[in-house]
Design a protein around this ligand. Structure first.
Ligand code: NDP
Ligand SMILES: CCCCCCCCCCCCCCCC(=O)OCC(=O)COP(=O)(O)O
Length: 325
């Protein structure tokens, strides 16, 4: 009588016989080999692309921008670090110079301080940026502010401030740098958007609007720049543990000043910066860096908008209730 255990071991033997007697095993090894070789070549190409590249990072004084500065510096990029706070930029430059030796040659970064929300400052800043190395290979539009408030309470000045910082500023800087990239037929524009550039959640109107506008603008840019071989990457992260919520602006224009639980529980900016480096190195076009639920929510918004809107309305009700209690 054949027991269950004997039947299982017989089956195993037959499967092993099949694998060894056919071409499956060499085929399997071949596939793994080709895949590993492909990955190796991809990594080598990525490293070569970033080594010595002139990379401009806005919002380099804190959070994700600061961590991006570190990973791009370590990858051998020639950096131009931008932000409003000159001292913080200088401090970061010193910190980078003092960091441990890397395999590749590193370069002392330049710093350019300006306010992205001031349209008058962008022309002068662009000239200063171009003076650093003579050209720009990669522009990372990272700087941004968030917002918390109900639409009915929010002053138009707050809507404008968020749009100036997150949308009009990066758009103006990008446009100012494009002619030199087009002339060289080389360049890469990166926009750090957000999951909220793909879906809108309650009490974030100005922020979500600015990020949706960012996504739309840079998608148009990608299509228009293809003829010049200029790359455009839009990156949409979920929550990251930075000071974004602390620095957020509220309905009346005051600082929110609170580290939200969602922000505190967000991904480490170090990890996200590594993902940004990989996305840029691989010349990705559109990248979502978020957990399963926010990623699924994007599909839900497209495939079942009615259900998505009900979920957002219920979220708004809950948030209003918890604020009033
Ligand atoms: N944290 C998160 O959960 C998420 C963040 N993001 C995006 O990541 C990007 C970086 O934010 P994060 O690091 O989290 O937040 P931080 O508040 O830590 O950093 C924001 C950066 O933007 C700069 N900045 C703000 N306003 C201006 C301005 N008017 N002109 C010039 N620079 C300015 C700040 O510099 P200064 O020193 O001048 O204030 C700072 O360096 C933003 O675009 C944000 O929308 C996207 C998804 C999730
Ligand atoms: C098929 C099943 C799908 C189930 C979907 C359920 C819907 C869940 C809603 C999830 C909402 C996620 C919001 C994520 C927001 C986010 O990650 O924002 C990133 C930021 O930019 C953070 O900025 P903030 O200032 O808001 O902290």
């Amino acid at each position: 009588m054949v027991t269950e255990a004997t039947r299982k071991s017989l089956l195993k033997v037959r499967v092993m016989d099949f694998i060894t007697s056919t071409a499956i095993l060499p085929l399997l090894f071949g596939c793994v080999g080709i895949f590993s070789l492909f990955k190796l070549l991809q990594r080598m190409r990525m490293k070569a692309y970033l080594r010595n590249a002139v990379v401009v990072i806005t919002g380099a004084t804190s959070g994700l921008g600061r961590e991006c500065a570190k990973v791009f510096y370590t990858a051998g990029a020639r950096l131009v670090l931008c932000g409003r706070n000159r001292e913080a930029l200088e401090e970061l430059t010193k910190e980078l110079a003092a960091s441990l030796a890397t395999k590749v040659q590193t370069h002392k970064p330049y710093t350019v301080a300006f306010d992205l929300a001031d349209p008058g400052a962008i022309v002068a800043a662009t000239a200063e940026i171009l003076q650093c190395f003579g050209y720009v290979d990669v522009l990372i539009n990272n700087a941004g502010i968030s917002y918390r408030g109900a639409i009915v309470d929010t002053t138009p000045d707050v809507d404008k401030k968020v749009m100036e910082t997150n949308y009009f500023g990066p758009v103006a800087l990008t446009k100012a740098l494009l002619p030199s990239m087009i002339k060289r037929r080389q360049g890469h524009i990166v926009a750090i958007s957000s999951i909220q550039g793909k879906i809108s959640i309650p009490f974030r109107s100005a922020y979500a609007a600015s990020k949706h506008a960012t996504q739309a603008f840079f998608d148009c840019l990608r299509a228009e720049m293809e003829q010049y071989e200029i790359e455009v990457t839009v990156i949409s992260p979920g929550y990251i543990h930075t000071n974004l919520s602390v620095n957020a602006v509220t309905a009346d224009g005051s600082k929110y000043g609170v580290m939200d639980k969602t922000t505190a529980q967000g991904r480490s900016p170090v990890e996200v910066a590594r993902d940004v480096l990989a996305a840029v190195g691989k010349k990705k076009k559109d990248v979502i860096l978020a957990d399963l639920l926010p990623s699924l929510a994007i599909y839900l918004r497209t495939l079942a908008p009615g259900l998505f809107f009900s979920l957002m309305a219920s979220r708004a009700r809950k948030e209003r209730k918890s604020k009033n209690s």
